[in-house]
Design a protein around this ligand. Structure first.
Ligand code: NAD
Length: 249
C-alpha cells in the first residue's frame, strides 16, 4: 500500500459554516488542516469536532500587517503549504444610499484585500514548492444583481476577476487557482434570514431547478475535489455549487 504524501492546507474562517465543512472534508482525507479565525474559543470547538488533523490558529485577517508573520509561523510549524482556501468573509445588508465609506471599506478589506494579501504570502512559499492549489470562495452575488449588498457584491465580483488573473499568472508555475460560487446554502444565518422572509424564500426556491438549498458539506466536497489531483487540469474556473440557481429561470 502506498501512503499519500503529507499535504498541508489553510482554511480561513474554518471555525464555522462553510469553512468548517471544508475543513471537515480535508481532515477526513488526511490533510493537515490549519483553521484560521479571530475567535479562539470557536476554533477550539471546531478542533474538538475535527480531531487530530486540525490545527486552530488565530489571526484577524482584516489586520493586513499581521498576515506575513502569520504565514511565516505556519511555514515554521508545518514546513509547506499545499492548499489555501480563502473562505473567511463578512456581509453587510443596507440600502445603497445608507452605506458609508467606512462600511464599504470594511467589507472590501476582509473579503478582497485580505484575500489578496494572504494569497501573496502563500504564493511565495508555493513558488518554492512549484505546486499549490488556491480556492477562493465567491458568491452568487458576483453572478447576478442582489439588492442591499453593494460592498459584498463588489468584493465577490472582484474575487472572480482576481481568480482568473491569478490563474493565468501562476498556473505556468504549478499553482492552480479556482473559485467556488456557493448558491443558497443552509447555515444558521441563511436559515434565520429566509425563515423570517417567506417571499425571499419562495424566490430562492423558484429559481433553483433542484428545488432545495445546499448543505455546507456540498461546498466541502467541491473544495476537496478542486484541491486535489482529480482537478489537476482545472484552473481559473468559478464553479457554481448551487443546484442550478445561477442558470435558473
Ligand atoms: P460564517 O459567518 O459562518 O463564516 C465566515 C467565517 O469567516 C467565520 O468563521 C468568521 O469568524 C470568519 N472571519 C470573518 N472575518 C474574519 C477576519 N477578519 N479574520 C479571520 N476570520 C474571519 O459564514 P459562511 O456562510 O460559512 O460564509 C463563508 C464564506 O462563504 C464567505 O466568504 C461567504 O461570503 C461565502 N458564501 C456563503 C453563502 C451561504 O449561503 N452561506 C453563499 C455564498 C457565499
Amino acid at each position: 500500500m502506498t501512503t499519500q504524501a503529507k499535504r498541508v492546507a489553510i482554511v480561513t474562517g474554518g471555525g464555522s459554516g462553510i469553512g468548517l465543512a471544508i475543513a471537515e472534508k480535508f481532515t477526513q482525507a488526511g490533510i493537515e488542516t490549519i483553521i484560521v479565525g479571530r475567535d479562539a474559543n470557536k476554533l477550539k470547538n471546531a478542533k474538538e469536532k475535527l480531531g487530530e488533523h486540525c490545527y486552530p490558529m488565530t489571526c484577524d485577517l482584516s489586520d493586513l500587517k499581521s498576515i506575513p508573520s502569520f504565514i511565516d509561523d505556519v511555514i515554521k510549524k508545518f514546513g509547506q503549504i499545499d492548499i489555501l482556501v480563502n473562505n473567511a468573509g463578512i456581509n453587510m445588508k443596507k440600502e445603497f444610499q445608507d452605506v458609508t465609506d467606512e462600511d464599504f471599506q470594511k467589507v472590501i478589506t476582509t473579503n478582497l484585500t485580505a484575500v489578496f494579501a494572504i494569497s501573496r504570502e502563500v504564493v511565495k512559499q508555493m513558488l518554492t514548492q512549484k505546486s499549490g492549489s488556491i480556492i477562493n470562495i465567491s458568491s452568487m452575488a458576483a453572478q447576478y444583481g442582489l439588492p442591499k449588498v453593494i460592498a459584498y457584491s463588489a468584493s465577490k465580483t472582484a474575487i472572480d476577476g482576481m481568480t482568473r488573473a491569478m490563474a493565468v499568472e501562476l498556473s505556468p508555475k504549478g499553482i492552480r487557482v479556482n473559485a467556488i460560487a456557493p448558491g443558497f446554502i443552509i447555515t444558521e444565518m441563511t436559515d434565520k434570514a429566509l425563515n423570517s422572509d417567506p417571499e425571499r424564500k419562495a424566490k430562492v426556491f423558484n429559481r433553483t431547478p433542484m428545488g432545495y438549498m445546499g448543505q455546507t458539506s456540498d461546498i466541502g466536497d467541491a473544495a476537496l475535489f478542486l484541491a486535489g489531483d482529480a482537478a489537476k487540469y482545472i484552473t481559473g474556473v468559478v464553479l457554481p455549487v448551487d443546484g442550478g440557481n445561477s442558470i435558473g429561470f
